[in-house]
Design a protein around this ligand. Structure first.
Ligand code: NDP
Ligand code: 2IT
Length: 451
């Protein structure tokens, strides 16, 4: 416990700001697992926490590429291989100008426990680059991905480390990365997941995180004796892979998702979001959300400049269930108060750590259901593991089979988290339940594997 706590303290003493989100993620886990550490001293004896908070290795490399005007560009690439006690390192790649080592450590650390919760044989890792795909041509994205893989290929492999997508990395980027890996190694193997279907991808991988978050919510509401989502107004943030598919599944289940957001603003369409239009705008045209009004002028668009200080417009819209699906720390204390005041019953984290610690305290203390990211958004990585299984056996599963297995996985995660919370005296606290259940699984493997 001491090393991790010291690290958090050094932050207050002016340690590199970059690590703030990593310490935030770590602090939550340390607080949650206190009853487990009290109940069994083997975790202290084997210094599991001290070992778990330090990545096995961090690879950092230069990525040099040429833009369409023949200018030479330089970015930084990273892979954080955090823990492989349960299986090969597994986790996404993020391409966004804000990416740095601290963000990837927070994401990699969360990924260890998330992957453990799936019950599947995968360890935790994360990577990415400060490259911004926005506004780049397809050729520029391709050239960047090739240059990135020229370095990354040395450190990954189907039994070593299997990256996938995250913010700024979807099927297009994974395709280019896979093509370059194949060229360098002459090997067609399942080294990346989230591949397009026609060369090794799994059906339903694009949908898996968003659909999974909704399946998780349905289970959580049922376990907590609340009404299902059918007929209920829902607020969703984000307009990327996770948000689009959360909205799609909500519509399929008869709920009414009324919002979507991007980095420029929020769309509020009280009749329910037009998902086909949203997909065209975001997946095909890669444009901003205000274009939604060209087809639906009766909807409302709120640009970020009009947001209240310390708030996001999306969380001020009355809803039964909220789904933050954009990015970390996007749901603040003030946002949580707005949700509570407006009668919200449930919050599910589709993004990684989208709620600040203060927001979680408010949400939980007012008795709302709260599905934490490492449990609720684990559907994406679970279907990534299904993709690895299909690649390893040279087979293809049907959409129905993947969907069935995804639903079951999310129900089992929900049940395990709820039961663990009950066992450790914090019934109804899904944050503690997820952290304890995930930690215990990894810790027991670490102990069995020796130091
Ligand atoms: P995408 O790149 O597809 O979409 C991200 C969305 O969030 C975009 O709408 C983007 O807006 C918005 N966004 C990103 N950063 C910011 C920011 N700083 N401020 C405001 N809006 C922002 O990413 P994903 O949908 O894949 O990922 C969303 C979240 O879900 C992330 O936290 C990711 O780690 C997590 N996640 C993703 C999984 C996956 O399978 N893809 C699995 C599990 C979790 P704009 O369009 O303007 O860029
Ligand atoms: O945060 C995540 O779980 C992901 N970005 C997906 C990871 C994966 O390997 O599919």
């Amino acid at each position: 416990m001491s090393i991790a706590q010291n690290k958090i303290k050094t932050l207050e003493d002016g340690d590199c700001n970059e690590n703030k989100v990593f310490y935030q993620a770590m602090e939550e886990v340390i607080c949650s697992i206190a009853p487990l550490l009290e109940s069994d001293d083997k975790y202290k004896k084997y210094s599991i926490l001290e070992r778990l908070v330090v990545p096995d290795r961090i690879v950092k490399f230069k990525v040099t590429w040429m833009d369409d005007q023949q200018n030479i560009k330089v970015n930084t690439g990273y892979r954080v291989q955090f823990n492989n006690a349960l299986g090969p390192y597994k986790g996404g790649l993020r391409f966004h100008p804000t990416v740095n080592e601290g963000i990837l450590k927070f994401l990699g650390f969360e990924q260890i426990l998330k992957n453990a919760l799936t019950g599947l044989p995968i360890g935790g890792g994360k990577g990415g680059s400060d490259f911004n795909p926005k506004g780049k041509s397809d050729f520029e994205v391709m050239k960047f991905c090739s240059a990135f893989m020229t370095e990354l290929h040395k450190y990954i492999g189907p039994r070593i480390d299997v990256p996938a997508g995250d913010i700024g990395v979807g099927g297009r980027e994974i395709g280019y990365l896979f093509g370059e890996y194949k060229k360098i190694t002459s090997s067609f193997e399942g080294v990346l997941t989230g591949k397009p279907y026609f060369f090794g991808g799994s059906l339903m991988r694009p949908e898996a995180t968003g659909y999974g978050a909704v399946y998780f919510t349905e289970s959580m509401l049922e376990m907590e004796g609340k009404n299902s989502l059918n007929g209920k107004i829902c607020a969703v943030s984000g307009a990327g892979n996770v948000a689009l598919h959360a909205i799609e599944k909500l519509l399929q289940l008869g709920a009414i998702p009324v919002t979507s957001t991007d980095s420029q603003g929020t769309i509020y369409d009280k009749r329910g979001i037009d998902i086909e239009l949203l997909k065209v705008l975001k997946l095909e045209e890669r444009t901003s959300l205000d274009k939604y009004l060209l087809i639906h002028p009766e909807a409302k668009y709120i640009p970020v400049e009009e947001y209240q200080e310390g708030c996001h417009a999306v969380w001020d819209i009355p809803c039964y269930a909220a789904f933050p699906c954009a990015t970390q720390n996007e749901l603040t204390e003030n946002d949580a108060r707005n949700l509570v005041t407006n009668g919200c019953v449930s919050v599910t984290e589709g993004a990684n750590m989208p709620s600040t610690p203060e927001a979680i305290t408010i949400i939980q203390s007012h008795g709302l259901c709260f599905g934490p990211a490492k449990a609720a958004n684990a559907g994406g990585v679970a279907v990534s593991e299904f993709e690895m299984a299909q690649n390893a056996s040279m087979s293809k599963w049907s959409f129905e089979k993947v969907d069935e297995k995804l639903k079951l996985t999310m129900q089992e995660i929900c049940k395990r988290v709820a039961l663990t919370a009950k066992d450790y005296g914090v019934e109804g606290n899904y944050v503690d339940g997820a952290n304890i259940a995930g930690f215990k699984k990894v810790a027991d493997a670490m102990i069995a594997e020796g130091i």
